[in-house]
Design a protein around this ligand. Structure first.
Ligand SMILES: [Cu+2]
Length: 342
């Protein structure tokens, strides 16, 4: 068939497009391999075992694919005449039934052997953290060695090398708790407490996400897992257990009064003040956290201002009213107060 100059041009165009498309897909694919949500850069025992299993399966699948394609090419190109169904019987039984059974049984035994160590609870010397998935943020509770309850939000801190039991629950719909760098994920189901045990092995800041669609702001329901040395972790927990420090500047003191007079305390607790609401996150030490709104904003004064004034725009669907009607200097005072809560 002869192509007109125009269709040749078109074919070249389509080829170039397809090539670029493949490159783009390849880059996207590789971009998934690293970063704070990566399962292939493990920083925990469970994640390391899962990544190892993944590489064995990928390698095995590549080998099987290459052999099958090799055989197909051989059958079509090299000796196309000699392949009657009768002659290929050994190939059908061996390659179609015996070989897959052996390979899959091998993987099954290997996978099952990993399970007991992955699922074992933290036990003696371990840490227990309660996490409740709520639309659309994470309520986190620690019990200190002294028996005090410490509540925070959208962040867990973990001592490196220690096993941690996460006791997972939900008051509304099903969520799923996942820190890809540390290990597998587990559903949070209303009316139940599910235990997920993780063991961080590397100091660093990792990201967690909700892995079960739970409504409008599901994709904006993230959190941070900060893995620290044992001493830093203990010091952090001691600080979190303290009530909020009183405001240090006139602006922040005004912010505190505005916080109480605008009804923020009906939904938020600031330990050490009369604000004792339990609808939203505990804000006692919100200024010391990595993020606001479930991984959405950092915790500088301008971020607090943006959150309080434009809540719905920052996080569509959010269960907190925006306070954008307050005058600018009142918003600034509120932001100064909140960012001082360290
Ligand atoms: Cu969700």
């Amino acid at each position: 068939m002869l192509h007109s100059p125009r269709s040749v041009h078109l074919i070249a165009h389509v080829r170039r497009g397809a090539g670029l498309g493949l490159v783009a897909v390849g880059i996207l694919w590789l971009a998934g391999c690293e970063g704070p949500l990566s399962t292939l850069e493990p920083a925990g025992r469970g994640a390391a075992q899962i990544a190892e299993l993944f590489w064995w399966m990928t390698g095995g699948a590549a080998l099987v694919w290459l052999s099958v394609v090799g055989l197909a090419v051989y059958a079509i190109r090299v000796s196309p005449e000699a392949h009657s169904v009768r002659k290929a019987k050994w190939l059908i039984i061996g390659g179609g039934a015996v070989f897959p059974t052996i390979v899959l049984s091998g993987y099954l035994v290997y996978g099952l052997a990993l399970m007991p160590a992955l699922l074992a609870p933290a036990g003696e010397g371990g840490l227990q953290i309660e996490v409740s998935g709520e639309q659309w943020w994470w309520r986190v509770r620690y019990i200190t060695p002294e028996g005090e309850t410490v509540e925070l939000a959208n962040e867990v801190r973990l001592p490196v090398g220690r096993r941690v039991d996460f006791l997972l629950s939900s008051p509304d719909v099903i969520h799923s708790f996942w820190i890809p760098s540390l290990g597998g994920k587990l559903d949070m189901i209303p009316g139940r407490v599910n235990r997920l045990t993780l063991e961080p092995t590397k100091v660093g800041t990792y990201r967690g996400a909700c892995a079960e669609y739970c409504g409008t702001a599901h994709a904006l329901m993230q959190f941070y897992a900060v893995v620290e040395e044992e001493d830093a972790f203990a010091a952090w927990l001691t600080r979190q257990a303290k009530p909020a420090a009183p405001p240090t500047s006139a602006l922040a003191a005004r912010g505190q009064r505005l916080f109480l007079s605008n009804g923020c305390g009906a939904c938020h607790t600031v330990r050490g003040t009369e604000a004792d609401g339990v609808v939203g996150p505990d804000l006692t030490h919100v200024g010391s956290r990595v993020s606001l709104g479930g991984g959405l904003l950092p915790t500088e004064p301008e971020d607090f201002l943006r959150w309080v004034a434009h809540t719905e725009a920052v996080k569509p669907g959010v269960h907190m009213p925006a306070f954008g009607m307050l005058p600018d200097e009142e918003l600034r005072a509120l932001a100064a107060y909140l960012s001082e809560l360290e």
